[in-house]
Design a protein around this ligand. Structure first.
Ligand code: GLN
Length: 244
């Protein structure tokens, strides 16, 4: 269904602290893929001192343990609001360090446990080994079913109950290097360890998230106009199954 004057509001959570390995590229991709379809993209930067505004989609990037400390404090005191947003169908995408704080907690190697906002029924503990390398993973809801990116984390994430993997790794370590799971999904909350940034090389996931945000906002399903993704999928395919 085509419709004029569509708009989505996108809240970028703590880009000054969590924006590692070009994670801003995810915002740029969402913005461009909306603009190419004349969907207004209302971008809101959300900083540590801000009250988080209601949005249709939230994005949070990755970062080092020390940046996660401040973000954990700023986000945790707004946990109830974020849980309400989740339960209303708002879309969330968290990458790596931001993903870890979408769970119940992240226990770094040293220091205090960082409290998460429990959007995902998951927890993370620091491992002894840092996972660094290219990742290919297979999903069961995307066409093509592959997701590609690269990982750089020591945190080991474990999913529980109704929080399911986003995909399963065929190359790389994913959540914990043990159960082959990569990332997580519960309702419209998505988390992943895939930097890269993720969305420029995975345009099918970008469109999936945009569609969910429109559906939540307008309570209607929209068929997004097809874009020429030749370059995007050429980049995607160049990474598929690339050696770790
Ligand atoms: N500091 C976290 C870890 O090392 C997240 C790293 C990241 O965001 N790339 O696991």
């Amino acid at each position: 269904m085509e419709r004029a004057n569509l708009k989505i509001s996108v809240g970028h959570l703590y880009p000054k602290q969590l924006n590692l390995y070009g994670d801003m590229g995810n915002i740029i991709t969402l913005k461009k893929r909306c603009e190419w379809r004349s969907i207004e993209f209302d971008y809101k930067e959300i900083n540590l001192e801000d009250v988080i505004p209601a949005c249709d989609l939230y994005f949070i990037g990755g970062g080092q343990d020390k940046e996660q400390i401040d973000v954990s404090k700023a986000m945790y005191c707004q946990k109830d609001f974020l849980l309400e947003q989740r339960d209303e169908g708002t879309v969330f995408l968290g990458i790596c360090g931001g993903y870890q704080l979408f769970g119940h907690y992240y226990q770094p190697f040293e220091g205090e446990k960082l409290l998460g906002v429990s959007l995902l029924d998951a927890y993370t503990v620091a491992g002894k080994k840092r996972f660094i390398g290219n990742v290919t993973a297979e999903s069961d809801f995307l066409v093509p079913n592959t997701l590609v990116g690269f990982e750089n984390h020591s945190g080991l994430t474990y999913l529980q109950n109704d929080t399911k993997p986003l995909a399963f790794v065929t190359v790389g370590n994913g959540n914990n290097g043990n159960d082959k799971s990569e990332g997580a999904r519960y309702k419209n909350v998505f988390g992943t360890y895939l930097h890269g940034s993720l969305l420029p090389k995975n345009p099918h996931l970008a469109d999936y998230l945009i569609s969910l945000a429109l559906e939540k906002k307008y309570q209607n399903r929209f068929e997004l106009k097809k874009l020429n993704d030749e370059i995007e999928f050429s980049a995607h395919n160049s990474v598929v199954s690339k050696a770790y």
